[in-house]
Design a protein around this ligand. Structure first.
Ligand code: FPP
Length: 259
């Protein structure tokens, strides 16, 4: 079954009475492989179903007025999977760009890639570059796709850059701050300038962060659901956003509501 934008709009709960919409949601889209197994189809078809789910969730995010969405599409560890599965995921990126670029543009979506995608096949790199440049002017939803991404890897990259500056520019390392490390992450001001996620959702019943936004998730609210990613609906998503509004975030201090 496929959904148009108007169907999805109708499926979303009325958000007007929800006071605390998260600015940034991160999603670990887990369970494509188990979905494929349950349906007796190859794993790549599970990822294809996952991509269909992702399409609906992107539009739902935009419709709910959430400013930033980051999805975990391919981790630095996912290279360990079979060549067939890895190239299947990369082919899906090309398919996604070909089928979704117009609709993403119509919805004013801007796309950033968190990760070094230069080692992907040329067809995938070209498709990503085309998508990123076409949507560059857009100022609606900022949709970050974590691709060849690892949380520890980006911290290491940031520390290496700061070490280089200390060595080459005579910067005193004892003066380095947390803000300096944040600056050279993919989300940092040196790259895409995206705030830390308020909420991280993981599907499929696994309750781990798995190297996703490791630094940025220090104070994120976490939500887990047993639903496999291809079965995750805009309605379940909207219910989680509603539940987020009822959580007290303390950031290590007192309640947000305490004065
Ligand atoms: C985790 O499920 C999912 C992935 C590693 C890939 C997610 C990719 C997509 C949803 C497609 C992305 C498409 C674009 C265009 C960015 P799993 O395979 O680990 O599931 P399992 O734990 O059930 O085996």
């Amino acid at each position: 079954m496929s959904y148009g934008i108007s169907d999805i709009f109708g499926m979303i709960t009325d958000m007007s009475d929800i006071k605390k919409i998260p600015a940034h949601v991160g999603i670990i889209m887990d369970g494509n492989g188990r979905w494929a197994k349950a349906h007796g189809v190859p794993r790549v078809m599970g990822h294809n179903a996952g991509m269909q789910s992702m399409k609906k969730i992107v539009i739902a995010t935009s419709n709910m007025g959430i400013k930033y969405l980051t999805v975990y599409a391919f981790s630095t560890e996912n290279w360990k999977r079979s060549t067939e599965e890895v190239s299947g995921i990369f082919n899906l990126i090309v398919k996604y760009v070909n089928s979704e670029l117009e609709e993403l543009d119509e919805n004013n979506v801007h796309i950033n890639i968190f990760g070094d995608y230069s080692m992907l096949p040329k067809a995938s790199i070209d498709a990503i570059d085309k998508m990123v440049s076409r949507l560059d002017k857009n100022d609606g939803l900022v949709f970050n796709i974590a691709l060849n991404y690892g949380g520890r890897d980006e911290i290491l990259r940031s520390v290496r850059e700061l070490a280089r500056q200390c060595a080459e520019e005579g910067r005193d390392p004892s003066g380095l701050t947390e803000d300096d490390i944040s600056r050279y992450l993919w989300s940092g001001d040196a790259y895409f300038g995206v705030p830390d996620p308020d909420l991280i959702i993981r599907t499929s019943g696994e309750e781990r962060i798995s190297n996703f936004l490791t630094w940025q998730s220090a104070y994120s609210e976490l939500m887990f659901t047993d639903t496999l990613w291809p079965d995750f609906t805009p309605d379940e998503y909207a219910a989680m956003i509603e539940a987020y509004a009822n959580r007290d975030r303390r950031f290590g201090g007192r309640k947000e509501t305490d004065k």
